[in-house]
Design a protein around this ligand. Structure first.
Ligand code: ADP
Ligand code: MG
Length: 202
């Protein structure tokens, strides 16, 4: 994948709940190596757009391609290359951080215990702790590690910094910057303008 290739292309998508638009005619394109900040107030339609990219919801109109593949038809193939951090983390509560990160790695054909340890060190994750015993912010860090371990071509994060302390936010953006240099496209939704201004290309 060369720098500058189109990684996500969204064309005129619409999604209605009842007769209310959640997303009304959104188009955008994200290139490899780009850190794209998707900004809007609460309820603007950020999460709905993200769910459409991941094929978690059905659109009323428009189309999306990811890595040149159709977001609906080629959904399974796309998932091999895309990592997602949801805005609300609902992982199996009985699993430890290590078990979840390892599961995520294995699901993507990655076997890298060293990287799990590095991620747990950098994000200050207690890998032997169960998710049910963690605070929201700590669960979020596990979700981020689960995404980073799969070595994705596209990283989609829905308000990843909410609940994270400033130190860990800094760690996250340094990872994103490194991935960007390797050609990974990062899609970050946020309502924090300062954060987007400081860390996103567009
Ligand atoms: P954001 O992530 O930007 O805060 P959302 O994409 O979650 O916004 O929501 C956009 C709009 O769609 C909001 O008005 C929200 O209430 C509505 N919405 C989102 N999901 C649903 C749903 N499953 N059912 C009904 N309305 C929804
Ligand atoms: Mg949202």
């Amino acid at each position: 994948m060369n720098l500058g290739d189109t990684m996500i292309k969204i064309e005129s998508i619409c999604k209605k709940y009842g007769n209310q638009f959640a997303v009304n005619n959104v188009s955008l394109e994200i290139k490899s190596g780009e850190v794209f900040g998707f900004v809007g107030p609460n309820g603007a339609g950020k999460s709905t757009t993200i769910k459409a990219i991941l094929n978690y919801i059905f659109l009323d109109n428009g189309s999306i391609t990811v890595l040149g593949l159709d977001a609906v038809k080629d959904n399974v193939e796309i998932k091999q290359h895309v990592a997602y951090v949801p805005s609300e983390v609902n992982f199996y509560p009985m699993f430890t951080a290590f078990e979840l990160i390892n599961l995520s790695a294995k699901a993507h054909g990655v076997q890298d215990d060293t990287m799990i340890d590095v991620l747990c060190r950098d994000f200050q994750i207690d890998k032997h702790k169960k998710l049910q015993d963690m605070s929201l912010g700590n669960k979020k860090k596990v979700a981020i590690a689960c995404a980073l371990i799969v070595k994705p071509k596209i990283l989609i994060m829905d308000e990843p910094t909410s609940g994270l302390d400033p130190l860990i936010q800094k760690v996250l953006f340094s990872y994103i910057k490194k991935l960007s240099r390797e050609g990974v496209a990062t899609f970050i939704s946020s309502h924090n303008l300062k954060e987007v201004q400081d860390h996103c290309d567009r």
